[in-house]
Design a binder for this molecule. Structure first.
Ligand code: PLP
Length: 411
């Protein structure tokens, strides 16, 4: 429901309320409208609680609450909240649809890419054996495997998601080392897409080694759409499990993600998920509203005109650059990350003495200004930004504030 419609309804309700009183009023307007009114659509909780909101020129950062959901996703969440259903059934039905879209045998909505990593590995370790599910993260004496191999350059903080199952990470560099590291304890070969160019072993060789040794392979592509084709590229390539965030570029619920891949592993992974409570995943609950919201976000993302979106990002980035470049001493550069968060980044830099202001101080002034603005990476003589998480028109506000502060700081 659009805010405009809500406002209309609210005023209609107050007029009708004066005549009929709340009970009669409930009959006068349909259930959905009542929800919109009583859910406090006009209440500004950020203001009420004194929470700073800002224009996001940074990107899809967890600490900044990720991304904003589209209206269709919010509608799915609101509609989903109107009825009970079985949690497993909503996951079954949504999973089938998602699997078809991403060319996988199966899929399940998880509470983010992090839990997709944990649950996918749990499925590999336990299979359909409930006894084993109950033992995690204690692997000793259970007959379960206990090691995950990955390339040294793919070892980042999120590997904690894998060791949460009780497994140990084994680091390798070359393909030879990888083959030699495989033993009867090896559960999984793990690949991190965003560091794909930093390791010696490429995607396809990695998958081939997994298949040759009959060890499942998993890839983390958490932040790696666009391009939209990454949603199916790694399933097509033969990775057994693919993990992605729902609340980054796809703009699904920030607390959702997708685990996709082999049906037998995903069936097993679900034994470690709610509603079952004897497992390591019970705290990784995804409610039906988020499962539905994730599905709608994915569908919308896949069907969107990606060329048009890209052109829009480029145009808005160029608009900011054009205004800033007019300041003498300013240089701009557009930089596009190759593997993840693939979107135009604008770098604005200046010679050390051109302005009496460091990049850090400039970022702080924008943060403290009205409206507050969060920039991307900053250095002593550089700030960067992206427009992809900005609402339409916010690029003008950001450009205006940058020009204002820089002009004031001219040496
Ligand atoms: C964001 C991210 C994660 C965690 O994703 P969530 O959806 O927030 O759980 C994991 N791996 C990488 C590489 C990421 O960028």
């Amino acid at each position: 429901m659009q805010r405009r419609e809500v406002l209309k309804l609210v005023s209609a309700a107050s007029i009708l309320g004066g005549v009929f009183g709340p009970k009669q009023l409930a009959h006068a307007i349909d259930k959905k409208s009542i929800t919109a009114i009583t859910s406090g659509a006009s209440r500004n909780l950020f203001e009420e609680l004194g929470i700073r909101t800002f224009i996001n020129a940074r990107g899809t950062i967890t600490a900044m609450t990720g991304s904003l959901m589209h209206q269709e996703v919010l509608d799915a969440i609101q509609d989903g909240a109107q009825a009970f259903c079985m949690l497993d059934e909503v996951q079954d039905k949504v999973g089938e649809r998602i699997a078809k879209i991403v060319h996988a045998e199966a899929a399940v909505v998880t509470s983010g890419a992090f839990s997709a990593l944990t649950l996918g590995l749990a499925g590999v370790l336990t299979g359909m054996d409930e006894y084993k599910v109950r033992q995690l993260p204690n692997l000793e004496g259970t007959g379960m495997k206990s090691e995950v191999i990955c390339q040294k350059s793919h070892d980042i903080v999120y590997n904690k998601a894998l060791t949460n199952t009780g497994c140990k990470m084994i680091m390798v560099e070359s393909a030879e080392e990888l083959k030699n590291a495989i033993t009867e304890k090896t559960a999984l070969l793990f690949f991190l897409n965003i560091e794909a160019d930093k390791g010696q072993i490429g995607h396809e060789e990695f998958v081939k080694i997994g298949k040759a040794h009959n060890i499942p392979t998993m890839i983390d592509i958490a932040a790696d759409v666009p391009p939209v084709s990454n949603l199916w590229r790694f399933n097509d390539m033969g990775f057994d499990l693919v993990c992605i965030s729902g609340g980054k570029a796809m703009r699904g619920p920030q607390s959702a993600g997708i685990l996709m891949g082999r049906k037998n592993i995903i069936d097993a992974a679900r034994l470690s998920m709610p509603p079952r409570g004897f497992n390591i995943g019970r705290g990784m609950k995804v409610n039906k509203e988020e499962v539905l919201g994730m599905y709608v976000a994915l569908e919308k993302f896949v069907n969107q005109d990606h060329d048009a979106t890209w052109k829009d990002w480029e145009a808005r980035t160029a608009k900011i650059a054009k205004r800033i470049e007019k300041l003498p001493g300013i240089q701009t550069r557009v930089f596009i990350p190759k593997l993840g968060n693939v979107t135009p980044n604008l770098e604005i830099s200046w010679k050390g003495d051109a302005f009496k202001l460091s990049g850090e101080a400039l970022a702080e002034r924008l943060r403290k200004g009205t409206p507050s603005i969060e920039l991307g990476e900053v250095k002593s003589n550089m700030v960067s930004l992206t427009v992809w998480m900005m609402k339409p028109g916010e690029e003008d506000i950001v450009a205006g504030r940058l020009v204002e502060e820089l002009q004031q700081a001219k040496a």
